[in-house]
Design a binder for this molecule. Structure first.
Ligand code: SF4
Length: 511
């Protein structure tokens, strides 16, 4: 969203933002008129993703060029003379849009990076499609017309991409006189490839979202707006600002396991903060909740509140915890097998955008030797071939350990469902080791400690992620890799440092 002369200029990204979070549009709009600016800038992970996006686009450009050359057509690159540092002005946008219109009339060659720009009553729409590809359907242009195609790193055609393409299709319709029949998302998955969608099946939804956003702009986003945590928050440039807003208000969303629906219900009963829920009377009645749900949420809030008070007195205080009783069969601690000297602790690091289907680049195992020393075994993969081999090596490593006398009943502990799911995915992708892997899963060799913890205990923390729970078993993290996104950044840096080649150190290491 931008303001140019008297126009508010919207783009397809604003449609996707509005769909993801109305408060995001509200913040963006008011920042145009002197309101706050977002605190967060693009981070290293965003830059890496942009780089992968550019590579994906370049690969498709080459493939499309080849395809068109076979029918004596080409791609006209409208980005080639665009000055990225030129001031962003209405005049410049009109000029770029005129170039698009002219290029469409010139003949049935594909266009790369065509700009669209339209103005209507103080609201303008700007957009730059990746490609407009010619079809043999006649239009005002002649015996041909165009359909928009966009390259996306995502493995599936997401709603954002579809809205974006609908927006280009709408602008294109004005120029060629007919609606394109199809829009196309060139996904980042070699398997999915290009996903083609019939425009008539999605255009009503696009018009609904667009009308909604335009009306909000016409109404000048009047009235207050409050942030509500949504899936998009992790990716949002306002997330620090919203997090501060929530923190200042002791927002209910900080209660672990409390969903937006729970929060709305509690607010309707006058409970708006974590502290209010924690200190609510035992006979609190919320008819919309089942007793078990209300008890769970109140106890969770109380443990977090008590932990907060304890930490104010002593910052080193540990979170307050309690067991969930009675322990039911096949739940919580009843899922834990008998400890075995051969037990392994397992973690995978994956890179969702490397290669055609993502890359599980590191499998790490740790265990305790009889003398108490900790050992670590790492299995690296930097190519699909190595990834396949890593799957075989992981299974061989586990089976070899199970064959050691006394270790037959050993287990592989992991936190969350990612590890077994990733192994299954690799086994299917490479059509290998399915029998061996199924055998390990059937024999319950893998044990998810996250399920054990969440079914067995309540803990005074805002999230039951392993990073938040480390303090309970006094694990002092000395490395800098605090989350999965950062591990991708470090892996990328390492790849660059060895000029995109080579292998990670292998073998057992102490510690
Ligand atoms: S951080 Fe979340 S709530 Fe705040 S504007 Fe962004 S998406 Fe909306």
């Amino acid at each position: 969203m931008q303001k140019l002369e008297s126009n508010v200029v919207l783009s397809p990204t604003d449609l996707a933002n509005h769909l993801a979070c109305k408060h995001l549009s509200w913040l963006n709009y008011h920042s145009l008129y002197g309101g706050a600016r977002p605190s967060k800038n693009d981070d290293e992970l965003t830059e890496i993703l942009q780089q992968y996006g550019a590579e994906h686009e370049a690969t498709y450009f080459a493939a499309l060029s080849e395809q068109l050359a076979a029918v004596n057509r080409t791609i006209v690159n409208l980005d080639i003379d665009r000055d990225p540092d030129a001031p962003y002005s209405v005049a410049a946008l009109r000029e770029r849009a005129a170039l698009t219109a002219q290029s469409l009339s010139d003949g049935p060659n594909a266009l790369y990076q065509p700009t669209f720009f339209s103005e209507d009553g103080g609201i303008a729409w700007v957009g730059r499609a990746d490609f407009l590809v010619p079809t043999d359907v006649a239009s005002l242009l002649g015996n041909y017309s165009f359909e928009p195609e966009d390259t996306k790193l995502a493995r599936i055609a997401k709603v954002n991409a579809v809205l974006q393409l609908c927006s280009y299709a709408e602008q294109l319709t004005k120029l060629q006189g007919i609606e394109p029949e199809f829009i196309h998302v060139v996904t980042g998955s070699a398997k999915e490839g290009k996903v083609t969608i019939r425009l008539s099946e999605v255009s009503a939804y696009f018009r609904h979202v667009k009308k909604n956003l335009q009306q909000a702009v016409i109404d000048k986003f009047e009235g207050p707006s409050e942030p509500v945590p949504v899936e998009n928050c992790n990716m949002c440039r306002w997330n620090k600002d919203c997090a501060q807003w929530w923190r200042e208000r002791d927002h209910l969303s900080y209660v672990a396991g409390l969903l937006n629906g729970h929060r709305e219900t509690l607010v309707s009963h006058g409970i708006t903060t974590l502290a209010q829920l924690a200190t609510s009377p035992d006979d609190l009645s919320v008819p919309e909740f089942e007793d078990e749900t209300l008890h769970r949420l109140r106890r969770q809030a109380q443990l977090q509140y008590n932990t907060r008070v304890a930490k104010q007195a002593n910052p080193a205080a540990l979170p307050e915890t309690e067991f969930i009783l009675p322990i039911k069969d096949f739940r919580g601690f009843n899922m834990l097998p008998t400890p075995n000297a051969g037990d392994l602790f397992y973690d995978i690091e994956g890179h969702p955008y490397r290669g055609d289907e993502g890359l599980e680049y590191l499998h790490g195992f740790s265990w305790k030797e009889a003398d108490g020393t900790l050992k670590y075994h790492e299995i690296w993969a930097h190519t699909p071939e190595e990834e396949r081999q890593a799957l075989l090596d992981v299974i061989a490593f586990i089976n070899k350990r199970r064959s050691i006398p006394g270790f037959e009943e050993m287990r592989v502990y992991h936190f969350g469902h990612y590890e077994p799911s990733a192994l299954r995915r690799l086994s299917t992708r490479y059509a290998t080791a399915e029998t061996e892997l199924n055998s390990l899963i059937r024999q319950r060799v893998f044990c998810d400690l996250s399920r054990v913890v969440t079914q067995a205990m309540r803990i005074g923390v805002e999230s039951y992620s392993i990073k938040k729970l480390e303090q309970l078993y006094v694990f002092n993290r000395t490395d800098l890799v605090a989350d999965g996104g950062l591990s991708i950044v470090y892996y990328e840096k390492w790849l660059q440092s060895i000029n995109n080649g080579g292998f990670g150190p292998e073998g057992d290491t102490g510690g």
